[in-house]
Write a protein that binds this ligand. Sequence first.
Ligand code: T1G
Ligand code: NAD
Length: 719
Amino acid sequence: MARYELVKRSVALITLTNPPVNALSSAVRHAIAKSMDHALNDPKVTAVVICGENGRFCGGADIREFAGPLRGPPLVPLLDAIEAGEKPVVAAIEGVALGGGFELALVCHYRIAHFKARLGLPEVTLGILPAAGGTQRLPRLIGIPAALELITTGRHISAQEALKLGIVDQVTEQNACEVAVEFALRAVAKPLSSRRVSMLTTPCPPDLDGLLEAVTMQVKKKARGVMAPLACIQAVRAAATMPYSKGIKRESELMATLFNSGQARALQYCFFAQRTAGKWTLPSGAQWNNSKPREIRSAAIIGLGTMGRGIVVSLARVGISVIAVESEKKLLETGKQMVIGMLERDAKRRGVSASLNLLKFTLSLQDLKDVDLVIEAVFEDMALKKRVFQELSKVCRPATLLCTNTSGLDVDALAGVTDRPHLVVGMHFFSPAHVMKLLEVVCGPRSSSETIATAMILGKRMGKVSVAVGNCPGFVGNRMLKPYLDQATFLLEEGATPEQIDKALEDFGFAMGVFRMSDLAGLDVGWRVRKESGLTGPDVDPKNPPRRRQGRRYCPIPDMVCEQGRFGQKTGRGWYMYDKPGGTNAKPDPLIQNLLEMYRSRYGIQPRNISDQEIIERCLFALANEGFRILEDGIAARPEDIDVIYLFGYGFPRHGGGPMFYASMVGLERVLERLEHYHQAHPDVPHLEPSPLLKKLVACGSPPVQKWREHIKTMHSHL
Ligand code: T1G
Ligand code: NAD
């Protein structure tokens, strides 16, 4: 767990050896304590260098140990002892120094960083705070404003920024360990007192209270209802107002308020769920680590609309050459200008040059003969998509992968019109495609494992979080959205307002409530889908009761809003009103209020007061209930996959863990009881009927999320 060697006759070199990130597990802490003891007591040793194996200094505490009782030496006294020692200790930082790893570096008397190293205190993203002195030492070293920013955001910084801030003493392009050993030899004769960061006085800004207040406001606005950043601010205040010995106690008290909180559990679950999601498995046994992806050097995008443009940018900025195809000259030219603008802005922001030479624009599919992969992003129209896939099948070389960005159509039906169904897969990006991190990789029954592996890895290469899902209408994300949206509109009928529902969801932590989100996405999209599926419009039988369709409850209010030409932000009116078409500042609209009142009186609905609790329960439990059905149907392999989809694609708050984790945190028994209650009150809403899997899990004693898989039959898996 740590290797001890004597180098250059007098330098003790301690190498942390706990792959893959040299986390500070109890065994590593024990090994550090023993090695330091040895180094400080061996008269031959004049200085110490601490580094990590495999070019990684240390990724911090071992997060997996948080679930159990503390074993092994606690970190704070161990680190305090390193700092207090009478021999100079130098940290040789390669790769990462994060969390406890950064705190370990801060107790060393000197820090040398490799130029590619990244440093940071990401604890806040795990729902906790830097609890090994980080909140007390960093402000002493770099001042309150800079420390507050790093600690409350968890941002990783480069070695160069760390040098500028005064965190590291030297940045090197050579082997950091060798540089550190030479540095240590030169440090032997120098006094150490000024190098002990805990002994420094925190440089205090003139208006400390004002600064802390401003940061508190910022944090509350950005991360509504999240506890950890607020605790971080209090800990930093202690660094400014108390001596280290008291400040470290305050840090520990604040950590105790967070450590076992639901938010910390949820955020740590998210960390692992995100990593689990990349590890896809098919019932055939093919999986992420036994399926070889193809190398993709060139790609083509069909359709340069909202989605196509973002996909081109995502591909080109990772060095893939792209041919973009449109149907008409004018549209091609508009699309081209948009893409170039987006790429230039993106490159400027990242301080690199735009990769415009990778792009080609054309009106002809014939130009796609030699590309490695095509992503189709034309209108959501099955007949059109089928024509495009037939054409592609004729034009592209037999090995070209054919992908679709459909939001919910049958990927297998598209595969069926090609000469290579095994090379067809869904790559469902989210809007805006160059910004949103989620990619649903939709596996048809005939998609080969090589095809799936290629799409998953390509997503990762573009910086996306790729999740493999099965093929059914709406896949995972959009299929679950339906019952969620339905509940919101039913609540409108019963007496709620769009702003009340949005506020309840935003207070819960959603980036945007459902009506604001719908206004942003455009209300006409769903309207067209409803018309095509015969739920509204001229095809509906006039004898059909207005609030029932296909044997279940139906809310026509969204159709009525669209009939008035209110399509959301783009028309300046939707569920809200905006200053102008394209405006983003949503204000409640009295016309919507009138529409709701008239609607209720027309159908004799007595509006009632609806509590925020009912809003949250009905929207979120209906969402999770559909998630259980998706697991049952084998459309998602694990609850973690569903949660990752909602975290990265639908603005579900990370501190809630995702809809499935949230259900488990509330308690499956309670979720079941509430769904039964609401289903009884609304028997014509099948989505509220508890799913068999939920009932089964409750009957099995409500196991934790990570164990649900054992209770799901995989016989019918669509993955
Ligand atoms: N503990 C346990 N496992 C960890 C881990 C950690 N700190 N970091 C990574 N892993 C596992 C991860 O689950 C995966 O496992 C494998 O290592 C590779 O990770 C006292 C309270 C370092 C930037 O928040 O940000 O210190 O999936 O796929 O892309 O104040 O991992 O292979 O089974 O992410 O190269 C603070 C978390 C802890 C850092 C590397 N530290 N780690 O990224 O690989 S709290 C963090 C990362 C703390 C102190 C406190 C990243 C990375 P598996 P990976 P990567
Ligand atoms: P869009 O209307 O903005 O763009 C579609 C583009 O395809 C248009 O520019 C059109 O001219 C072009 N096109 C149509 N037929 C063509 C052909 N034969 N050859 C070349 N180009 C052709 O639509 P969009 O929002 O970008 O959606 C595209 C696809 O992505 C749809 O399947 C949609 O369901 C899916 N999608 C959309 C979103 C979203 O939020 N907009 C999110 C995820 C997925």
